[in-house]
Design a protein around this ligand. Structure first.
Ligand code: ADP
Length: 575
């Protein structure tokens, strides 16, 4: 930039102005040299800054904010170790296909390769996980580099992008007002959307029309695409049973009469034609292969990413395009209900749903009011206390997440967040904060209720201070069984500890997570039975503007074998 005498702005202000003009309303991160000035400039420009205790959670918060808002979440960190910590969130965004921008400070341009303060080749470090990763060659170029990062993150299949913020650019004294004003870039237009080809639509329609046991799988891609109206209209028209994936829940209401979540194993085995709407055939859907699926099943796949089509199941029918446009193409091409659906298929599934829901209810009702809590009893109490709408669930932990999924109906899109494609443990606090920041800013405010295991909470427990400092009225319910998967009773724990035989899954018994909340200025409860849990939750819900944590002691479970539904059933060893 050419120089006159008067400094009119700094590089940090230019960066903040660029973010503001890209429509950024909130930045998640941790300040330090050299990006304190960037955070300060963002705040001065009217952007909210949420300061975390570890970059990992900040990056998780930004990644989930991108999913919820449909526009890249922004994370700001220092260089070197700060970037490495934030990589966890970058990977999480890549795995879940969510838009994220990571901006990180880096050493001054003339100190590269000299062993500078927190020096790392951050462009290379982030490249394997990012759609775009860049360092501008000049301060003038930085706004357009940031703009490119936004487009890369948002357009096509969403994902993460990285931009380096060299310390000398951040501190750069800008003197040329004309040039400064001229490099302000308008917000990038919304992502362009495309339809599927007519030939592919025709082929999909004939496959669907011939199906006797059709199924629709609704994934979190449909939630991200904000295609809830289109998907619901389609399902209502064709009257086909549907199965939401864990984060696809709520795109169409869980209490819709055609929702067959509670008959999942049965429908996977029976379905002959499956329409995948924004869901991948990865571990969550057992790769689309037998024995979990019928071996002759045919998939029709709607996805925005061509490279996803046919992945793991080569013989799929491809509908390349945006769900918001492709689903209505199908709706328009069909006259109404699919003609060949076997009525016993649907009625059999609905019977199974009924039976399984009854089983869940019975398991939840087990045990007296003062009995030691089980997962099922705790979730039943929580479900009965929570209002039906306006709750956003965060769910994390192995058993906690797995079992809770069946207990809580989700009737609105993007209101259930869990460990996702990466099965990432430790996302809970970042998600809770990111989601509450998002939903508190909406006209129809919603409260985030985070139901997490004790191990999962421990990954980022200190972020409760972030929530309290940021005045976020989240309710965190720690389902505390003294361990990872299972824990030990106190006496077993003490003996094993003395003998040096503690299982690797054990955590200290009855840790007072509630006191961590209180110590940081929030509210906390320790509860051991149904009555105490219901009372604590009512009080937490009534305290509308405070951060609350309920520490729920449940039966530790002891030394059980691990068994989760998603695991491959045992195969003969090939050794
Ligand atoms: P789930 O975990 O619910 O099974 P996945 O994350 O595996 O869902 O799959 C989501 C898919 O949705 C991804 O393959 C992604 O490319 C796709 N997707 C995201 N947004 C859109 C969109 N607007 N239109 C079509 N497909 C989309």
């Amino acid at each position: 930039m050419s120089e006159s005498d008067v400094v009119i702005a700094s590089g940090a202000e230019l960066i903040a102005r660029t973010l503001k003009s890209q429509g950024v309303e909130v930045v998640f991160g941790i300040v330090g040299i050299p990006i304190v000035e960037v955070a300060e400039a963002c705040v001065a420009a009217g952007i909210r800054f949420i300061g975390f205790r570890n970059e990992q959670s900040a990056a998780y918060a930004a990644s989930v904010y991108g999913y919820l808002s449909g526009y890249p979440g922004v994370c700001l960190t220092v260089g070197g170790p700060g970037v490495i910590h934030a990589l966890a969130g970058v990977l999480n965004s890549k795995l879940n296909c969510w838009p994220l921008i990571l901006l990180s400070g880096s050493c001054e341009s003339d100190q590269v390769d000299k062993g500078a303060f927190q020096e790392l080749d951050q462009v290379e470090a982030t490249r394997p996980y990012c759609k775009y990763s860049a360092r501008s060659t000049s301060i003038e170029q930085l706004p357009s580099t940031i703009e490119k990062a936004f487009r890369a993150a948002l357009y096509g299949r969403p994902g993460p992008a990285y931009v380096d913020l060299p310390a000398d650019y951040v501190q750069y004294p800008i003197r040329n007002k004309e040039l400064y004003d001229s490099i302000q870039l308008p917000r990038i237009p919304n992502a362009p959307k495309s339809m599927a080809s007519q030939l592919d639509i025709d082929n999909a329609i004939s496959l669907l029309k011939n199906a006797q046991h059709p199924l629709i799988v609704v994934g979190k891609g449909a939630a991200y695409a904000r295609a809830e109206n289109e998907v619901r209209e389609f399902i209502d028209k064709v009257q086909v049973p549907f199965l939401p994936t864990p984060m696809g829940k709520g795109v169409v209401r869980d209490d819709h009469p055609l929702c067959v979540s509670a008959a999942r194993s049965k429908v996977l085995k029976e379905a002959d034609v499956v329409l995948l709407i924004g869901a991948r055939l990865n571990w969550i859907l057992h790769y689309g292969q037998s024995p979990r699926w019928n071996k002759d099943v045919k998939f029709i796949q709607i996805d925005i990413a061509p490279e996803e089509l046919g992945n793991n199941c080569h013989d799929t029918l491809h509908l390349l395009g945006d769900i918001q446009l492709v689903v209505p193409q199908l709706t328009r091409a069909l006259d109404g209900k699919l003609p060949n659906i076997e009525s016993t298929y649907v009625s059999g599934l609905l019977d199974k749903v009924k039976q399984n829901v009854e089983k869940l209810k019975a398991a939840g009702a087990n045990g007296s009011d003062d009995a030691v809590l089980t997962y099922q009893a705790a979730f039943t109490v929580i479900k009965n206390c929570l209002p039906e709408d306006d709750i956003v669930y965060v769910s994390e932990g192995a058993n906690t997440m797995d079992i809770a999924r069946s207990y809580f109906d989700v009737n609105h899109p993007r209101q259930r967040l869990d460990a996702g494609t990466g099965a990432t443990m430790g996302v809970g606090m970042g998600y809770t904060i990111g989601a509450q920041v998002y939903y508190s800013a909406q006209e129809n405010k919603k409260r985030v209720v985070s139901i997490v295991g004790d191990s999962a909470f421990g990954f980022s427990a200190m972020e409760i201070e972030t929530a309290i400092r940021s005045c976020l009225p989240v309710v965190i319910i720690v389902i505390n069984n003294n361990g990872i998967y299972h824990g030990l009773e106190d006496d077993d724990y003490q003996t094993s500890q003395k003998e040096g035989t503690l299982p690797t899954t054990a955590l200290s018994p009855e840790v007072r997570y509630d006191l961590i909340s209180e110590a940081c200025g929030g509210k906390g409860w320790l509860v051991k039975n149904r009555v105490e849990l219901a009372k604590a939750l009512e009080e937490a819900l009534a305290s509308k503007d405070q951060t609350c944590l309920i520490n729920v002691l449940i039966a530790p479970g002891g030394r059980q074998k691990l068994d989760f539904a998603w695991m491959q059933k045992s195969k003969k060893s090939r050794l």
